[in-house]
Design a protein around this ligand. Structure first.
Ligand SMILES: [Zn+2]
Length: 98
């Protein structure tokens, strides 16, 4: 079916964007789309880019919004990190931003 990894990567981005669109329409299967996208990424050994981690939680598959997420910046040895805390599952994601 999808033998090309490039196609699958496109599919991951599509699924995430689709899930975010559907979230506004109160679609109850939003988390399933996100979980599918993350399962595909695991299968092809693809590290999800920062943009996706900013949008969704990879542990509980929820779309991030200001109600379920806390952001904090941290500077360490002149490196800047963004800590994203998911309040739904308590998962802490650290992203390097500079
Ligand atoms: Zn979470």
């Amino acid at each position: 079916m999808y033998k090309d990894k490039k196609d699958l990567r496109k599919k991951i981005f599509f699924l995430i964007d689709f899930a975010i669109d559907e979230q506004d329409k109160n679609n109850p299967y939003v988390e399933e789309y996100v979980s599918l996208a993350i399962r595909i990424a695991k299968k092809i050994n693809y590290r999800l880019p920062k943009e996706i981690h900013m949008k969704v939680c990879k542990k509980c598959f929820k779309i991030r919004n200001s109600n379920n997420t806390r952001y904090r910046t941290e500077t360490n040895n002149k490196k800047k990190f963004l800590k994203i805390h998911c309040l739904a599952c308590d998962y802490l994601k650290k992203i390097r931003i500079s």
